[in-house]
Write a protein that binds this ligand. Structure first.
Ligand SMILES: NC(=O)c1ccc[n+]([C@@H]2O[C@H](COP(=O)([O-])OP(=O)(O)OC[C@H]3O[C@@H](n4cnc5c(N)ncnc54)[C@H](O)[C@@H]3O)[C@@H](O)[C@H]2O)c1
Length: 291
């Protein structure tokens, strides 16, 4: 049962949820369901092989979208696609290096070929690398900038050209783009730039009915951060994991860290008509770490 059918079943009292069915029926009007539905829409998600991108793709598919999955990691893409298909959705796997403009353009062509139109494009692919400013090399700057900044820029450009009926572009910034931290200057710089690219693109593409927004996640438990407590042999250093999660949780007034779901739900809001009057904004699912 996809997300929309599930909501309807709950509203009809058939999902065995134990909810007050009369009340749910009143609340889950057709307008409310369709405001969060992506049924009949084609959505591209980059970085879809892992973490936030994978969860966003699965969530968009649950909301009814045909998803087109871009990433460097073909095996990871196949695993995401298998989850989408198992949930009754449709997924197209399109291996893509987002730092390469021609590959990003090809991803847009593949999406339009798969769905006949393009409605949603989420630029999630990203990398992180630490270095002290005094030690940074051109390679450090290139490696991060090419994926995070160029990759997002080419994604916005390709989506802006391919969205013929309006649409929603969602970029991924970071709480790190607002909170200075030692050794993260290059990553943080790209994420701050993505927030401003989002505003520039919203101004430029709005007249074509294309909304451009970003999420700026706080610390989210994905393979990107799991590397902090994974030993070179692949085993998990449980003490390091517990310490890191405790440290990051303590920075949030909510006393916890995020899961990929928390980011995917925010992205679904930005993808769907529920946010139809929202553009040029950075939504910060960060547990209040930056306000
Ligand atoms: N996890 C966090 O705490 C956190 C916080 C703030 C922002 N973010 C951002 O969220 C996004 C997703 O991160 P995640 O935590 O899911 O990380 P992740 O490492 O789990 O996933 C990143 C994905 O990007 C893909 N990728 C890397 N380079 C690529 C390239 N050149 N072309 C195509 N794909 C490429 C990787 O293969 C991987 O599948 C990133 O932009 C990251 O900066 C993450």
């Amino acid at each position: 049962m996809d997300m929309i059918s599930g909501l309807r079943a709950a509203a009809a009292g058939t999902a065995g949820t134990g909810v007050d069915t009369a009340r749910s029926r009143a609340l889950l009007s057709d307008d409310l369901v369709s405001a969060f539905s992506l049924r009949g829409r084609t959505a591209v998600v980059t970085g879809a092989a892992s973490g936030i991108g994978r969860q966003a793709a699965i969530t968009f598919a649950h909301a009814g979208a045909d998803v087109v999955l871009g990433d460097l990691d073909r095996d990871g893409l196949e695993a995401t696609a298998a989850e989408v298909v198992a949930a009754g959705g449709t997924a197209t796997v399109a291996p893509t290096d987002v730092s390469d403009r021609s590959q990003v353009n090809a991803l847009a062509v593949a999406a339009v070929r798969a769905g006949g139109r393009l409605d949603v494009w989420a630029n999630v692919a990203g990398v992180i690398r630490t270095c002290r400013i005094v030690d940074a090399t051109p390679e450090d700057l290139d490696a991060v900038t090419r994926v995070n900044l160029y990759g997002t820029y080419w994604g916005v450009a390709a989506a802006g050209r391919a969205m013929k009926h309006g649409g929603s572009i969602i970029n991924v910034s970071s709480a790190g783009g607002e909170m200075p931290a030692p050794t993260l200057s290059v990553y943080a710089m790209t994420k701050a730039a993505i927030a401003h690219l989002t505003r520039c693109a919203a101004a430029e593409l709005g007249p074509a009915g294309i909304r451009v927004n970003a999420v700026a996640p706080g610390f989210t438990d994905t393979p990107m951060v799991q590397r902090l407590w994974t030993r070179p042999d692949g085993s998990v250093d449980e003490d390091a994991r517990a310490q890191m999660l405790a440290l990051r949780s303590a920075q949030s007034p909510l006393g916890t860290t995020a899961t990929a779901d928390d980011q995917a739900w925010a992205m679904l809001y930005l993808a769907a008509d529920a946010s139809r009057f929202v553009t040029g904004q950075v939504l910060r699912p960060n547990g209040g770490v930056v306000m």
